[in-house]
Design a binder for this molecule. Structure first.
Ligand code: GLU
Length: 435
């Protein structure tokens, strides 16, 4: 099984969506399962409703999962496995107080060294351990650091090696009995037999810790890892909450299509056989080996371009339903506006203006009234040229005096696609638009 393991602690980030998409693709390619694990163990950081939002987003992006699992349901299993490690002397009880640990951290900072656990509680005698368990002294459980370096082959980054000190004797169970991220994650990946762990590169330093946990728990299955490079904003900083475009919800609200967002996220730092594609097509050729090791830069203009291309490829009638119509001709009309708009929210007001009551009070109002009357009385014309000649003749308006008010009357805007391009699709709706 492959898995997507989001924490319900905020809006879904595009980096997370990219992780979900790629896990889904690989699961499909391997004819394996795609599971979703909501990592809700850190109760204080959870935000109510975010799990539901994440699942809705997966649905919107057509990323169906075979299994859904809430990590907190496994609490007892995590606790039992931590206790098992203590019994096997692979982990130990640590009673160092937050003040002591903070002082050590400060000292490391003053010495410009990386903080490492002092090892103070790692050699307690069985009697000391029994005393702690029988007392009210708060304790955490730490895993003993590995004796040798932990190495793994990352499918994107290549071979990586971490010294025992870098892995350190880290906490696996907090004083309140809840597992830490690394412990819960490693246990659950083990219990669900995750074959390839694909996630963001911010987790690289967690991977040796998780491998160490699985090793000590006696897990022998081979697991592969792939860490996707981070996504940078145009200041070359990691896309964060401050960048609106980092939020999938925001992109959807702006009117970007799920298919276009998927297309864009799969293009980032990747070699693809074409620029515009769908998810089923990507399943045919996607290869982790083609993903670049270095960070990718988010480019809004590129996303807008891709969104337009997906709109253009959409069936005309289906496209028209986005604006409340169900006529392929109107779909074609709306597509003309892709020359000047890229998202649904940019297109909507332009299309709405065509069918909304017109304002006859402005500079061109009088001419618009004359034109509206003339069009209302005119016969039906197949071509724009015939229509134009008839109107010019009947109203005696010409040049700008004709085209400016005619455009406002027909489209509700002073600028836009050529009237000759619009007319073929609008000709059956003239009486509706001139009111
Ligand atoms: N909950 C972690 C996150 O959202 C999961 C990382 C992982 O895939 O292991 O970043």
């Amino acid at each position: 099984m492959l898995r997507f393991a989001p924490s319900p602690t905020g809006d879904m980030h595009i980096g997370n969506l990219r992780v979900a998409i790629i896990n889904y693709i690989i699961a499909m390619q391997k004819k394996s399962h795609f599971g979703v694990r909501i990592e809700d163990t850190d109760k204080e950081r959870n935000i109510e409703g975010k799990d539901g939002e994440i699942l809705q987003i997966l649905e919107k992006f057509s990323l169906p999962y075979n299994q859904l699992f809430y990590q907190s349901k496994n609490l007892h299993m995590h606790q039992n496995l931590a206790i098992k490690l203590v019994q096997e002397e692979k982990a130990f009880l640590c009673t160092c107080t937050p003040d002591e640990l903070e002082a050590d951290r400060q000292k490391a900072k003053d010495d410009a060294k990386a903080y490492r656990y002092s090892g103070k509680c790692s050699k307690k005698t069985p009697q000391e351990i029994a005393d702690i368990r029988n007392s009210n002294i708060p304790f955490v459980i730490r895993i003993h650091k590995p004796k040798e370096s932990i190495e793994f082959e990352d499918l994107i980054k290549g071979r990586l090696s971490f010294a025992p000190n870098e892995v350190d004797s880290f906490v696996i169970l907090r004083a309140n009995g809840t597992p830490t991220y690394n412990f819960a994650c490693a246990c659950d990946d083990m219990l669900t037999n995750i074959e390839i762990v694909i996630r963001g590169e911010d987790h690289i330093s967690n991977t040796p810790k998780q491998i160490h946990i699985k090793n000590l728990l006696g897990y022998e299955q081979e697991v592969r890892y792939a860490h996707l490079p981070i996504i940078l904003n145009n200041e070359n900083k990691k896309m964060s909450k401050r960048d609106d475009a980092s939020s999938v919800k925001w992109l959807l609200e702006q009117g970007f299509l799920p298919d276009a967002i998927i297309n864009y996220l799969l293009l980032l730092g990747n070699k693809t056989p074409s620029e515009i594609f769908t998810l089923p097509e990507a399943i045919e050729w996607f290869d982790l080996n083609n993903i670049s090791k270095s960070p990718a830069r988010f480019d809004m203009d590129k996303l807008r371009f891709i969104n337009r291309e997906h709109f253009k490829r959409m069936d005309d009638k289906k496209f028209s339903t986005l604006f409340g119509f169900s006529d392929a001709q109107l779909g074609k009309l709306c597509k003309l506006y892709l020359e000047e708009a890229s998202t649904l929210s940019e297109l909507e007001p332009k299309i709405k203006a065509i069918f909304s009551p017109k304002d006859f009070s402005g500079q061109w109002g009088e001419s618009m009234k004359i034109l509206a009357q003339t069009i209302a009385d005119a016969p039906f014309f197949e071509t724009f040229d015939d229509f134009k000649s008839y109107i010019a003749n009947a109203t005696k308006l010409k040049g700008k005096e004709l085209f400016k008010p005619l455009r406002i009357l027909l489209t509700g805007a002073e600028h836009g696609p050529e009237l000759s391009d619009i007319y073929p699709y609008l000709k059956s709706y003239l009486l509706e638009v001139i009111s």
